[in-house]
Write a protein that binds this ligand. Structure first.
Ligand SMILES: Nc1ncnc2c1ncn2[C@@H]1O[C@H](COP(=O)(O)OP(=O)(O)OP(=O)(O)O)[C@@H](O)[C@H]1O
Ligand SMILES: Nc1ccn([C@H]2C[C@H](O)[C@@H](COP(=O)(O)O)O2)c(=O)n1
Length: 427
C-alpha cells in the first residue's frame, strides 16, 4: 500500500509539512543530507513542532492519499474518529498536511501524533493495521542522541511484515509558504466554479450516498437553463441572525417580489444528510443548490422582481473560510481567482451583505433561541472564522455588492435597502 501511495505523492523530498498546533501552522521540510550539511544543521534548533518534544517521546505522521478523491475525503473524516477512539489518551493528535509550495492540488491532509515511548507499541500496532488496509502513508520521526536532529522514516509492508523503507530524511525548519497550503486545493474541492464540476462530485458519490441521486434528478438540464431574468434580482447575504429572513420577507411584501432561497426548498429533505459529509461532498451539494435556485430565478424573474435569501456568496465564503485556518491574512489574496463568480451561474442585479456587531448578533441569536448548526456555533466561538467569512464575502467578485449595517431597527434597515435597490435597479 505505501509504495502505491508514494507514487501518488511525487517529489517526496520537495514536500513541505504543516502541523496545526495551538492555533498556529508550524512548518518543516525534509532533506537527504550530505555529511557536511548535517554537521552544520546540528547547530540549528529543531523545527518548532518538535521543539517541545521530550526525550523518548515518539512522533508519527499519517497522510491520507488515494487516487479516488471521494474516498480520500471520506476516509480523512473517518480516520479522525478512529484515532480519537483507539489511540491511548496520552497521545496528542493534530491536523497536518503536506504540499508542494505553490503547486495547485498538491495538498494532502492527515494527522500528526505525539506520544511517550510507553504508548508506542499500541500506537504502532494501530498504524501498522492502517497501512495494510487503508489509503494512508505513515512516517515515524526519531530524535538523535543529543536531541538536536530529527529524522523521518517512511513505513512500508512486505507481505504481512511491517518494515521501514530504508530511505530516511532529515527534518529541517521551513519558512511559512507564500500561500497558506489550504488555498492550493480550494478550486473544485471546496468551491466549484461550474455546474459540471459540482455535479461530477455528486455523481461519483452516488454509490455511497444514495441521496445524491435524488439531488441530481432535480438539476436543470443545460438545454433548459435560461440563466437570465427580465426583472431585477436582489440577493441578501450575511452571517446567520443578521436579519436576512426578516428583511427578505419585508422586501417581498413591499416590492411585490418573489422570494427564493438557496439552498432551495426542494433540497430541504437532504440538507442535513449532506451537512454530515466531508467538505468536498457538502460544498458540491450547496453548489448545485445555487444552480437549482438560478433556474427558479430565471422562471420567476420573467414575471416579477426576485429576492433571494443567500446565494453564491454564502457558498464560496463559508467554504473558503472553513478550508483556511488562522487569521484573515491566511486567506487567498484579494483578486485571487478563488473569488471569481462561476461563468455559468446567473448573476444577480445586486447583492446586499448585512453586517452586524458580533455582540448584537449573539443577542439576536439568543433571543431567537433556535438550534445552531456546527458552522453557526463555530461563528460564535471562533472570532477568526467569523472574520474570514466576512472578508471572503467582501473579496468575491462578480455582481454589484453593497454592505449594509443591519444594527438599526428592522424598518430602518428595510428603508435603507429599498433606497439602494431603487437607486441601482430602477424599481
Ligand atoms: N433590524 C433588526 N433589529 C432587531 N432585531 C432584528 C432585526 N432584524 C432581525 N431581527 C431579529 O433577529 C433574529 C434573527 O433574524 P433573522 O432570522 O431575520 O436572521 P437571519 O439572517 O435570517 O438568520 P439565519 O441566517 O440564521 O436564518 C430574529 O429574532 C429577528 O426577529
Ligand atoms: N447558498 C448557500 C447557503 C448556505 N450555505 C451554507 C453555509 C453555512 O454552512 C450554512 C448557512 O446557512 P443557514 O444556516 O443560514 O441556513 O449553509 C451555503 O454554502 N450556500
Amino acid at each position: 500500500m505505501a509504495r502505491h501511495i508514494m507514487s501518488l505523492l511525487p517529489r517526496w523530498s520537495s514536500r513541505v509539512f504543516s502541523v496545526d498546533l495551538d492555533g498556529a501552522s508550524l512548518y518543516f521540510a525534509i532533506q537527504k543530507q550530505q555529511q557536511q550539511q548535517q554537521q552544520h544543521r546540528s547547530h540549528e534548533a529543531p523545527p518548532r513542532v518538535f521543539s517541545a518534544v521530550q526525550n523518548h517521546d515518539r512522533c508519527y505522521s499519517l497522510l491520507v492519499c488515494s487516487s479516488d478523491r471521494i474516498k480520500s475525503a471520506k476516509f480523512y473524516c473517518e480516520l479522525k474518529d478512529k484515532l480519537l477512539r483507539d489511540l491511548p489518551p496520552e497521545c496528542h493528535l493534530s491536523p497536518m498536511s503536506s504540499f508542494l509550495p505553490n503547486v495547485r492540488n498538491s495538498l494532502v491532509k492527515g494527522y500528526f501524533l505525539k506520544s511517550n515511548s510507553d504508548s508506542s507499541p499500541p500506537i504502532e500496532r494501530l498504524l501498522s493495521d492502517l497501512t495494510q488496509r487503508d489509503p494512508v502513508l505513515v512516517c515515524s520521526y526519531f530524535q538523535s542522541e543529543d536531541g538536536q536532529q530529527w529524522t523521518q522514516h517512511l513505513w512500508s509492508h512486505t507481505g504481512s511484515q511491517m518494515m521501514e523503507i530504508e530511505d530516511k530524511y532529515y527534518v529541517v525548519t521551513s519558512e511559512a509558504p507564500g500561500y497558506h497550503p489550504a488555498t492550493l486545493n480550494i478550486i473544485n474541492s471546496d468551491v466549484f466554479y461550474s455546474l459540471e464540476e459540482a455535479r461530477d462530485v455528486l455523481k461519483k458519490c452516488g454509490d455511497i450516498i444514495p441521496e445524491a441521486e435524488s439531488v441530481l434528478e432535480l438539476l436543470p438540464s443545460q438545454a433548459e437553463a435560461r440563466n437570465k431574468a427580465d426583472f431585477p434580482v436582489i440577493v441578501i447575504e450575511g452571517l446567520d441572525a443578521t436579519g436576512k429572513t426578516t428583511l427578505t420577507e419585508s422586501l417581498r411584501d413591499t416590492l411585490g417580489a418573489t422570494l427564493l432561497r438557496s439552498p432551495p426548498q426542494c433540497l430541504s429533505p437532504w440538507r442535513s444528510c449532506f451537512d454530515r459529509e466531508p467538505p468536498l461532498i457538502r460544498r458540491a451539494f450547496y453548489a448545485v443548490g445555487n444552480y437549482i435556485t438560478a433556474e427558479q430565478i430565471s422562471q420567476e424573474g420573467m414575471k416579477a422582481p426576485v429576492i433571494v435569501d443567500r446565494f453564491w456568496h454564502s457558498t464560496a465564503a463559508y467554504a473558503i473560510a472553513t478550508a483556511v485556518s488562522g487569521p484573515v491574512g491566511n486567506l487567498p489574496a484579494e483578486g485571487s481567482e478563488v473569488y471569481r463568480w462561476p461563468s455559468d451561474l446567473l448573476q444577480p442585479s445586486l447583492v446586499v451583505v448585512l453586517t452586524l456587531d458580533p455582540e448584537e448578533r449573539k443577542r439576536r441569536l439568543r433571543d431567537r433561541g433556535l438550534g445552531k448548526t456546527d458552522e453557526e456555533q463555530e461563528l460564535d466561538h471562533n472570532q477568526l472564522f467569523r472574520l474570514r467569512v466576512e472578508e471572503a464575502y467582501r473579496r468575491i467578485s462578480g455582481p454589484v455588492r453593497i454592505t449594509v449595517d443591519a444594527s438599526p431597527s428592522a424598518d430602518q434597515v428595510l428603508q435603507q435597502v429599498l433606497l439602494l435597490i431603487r437607486g441601482k435597479c430602477h424599481l
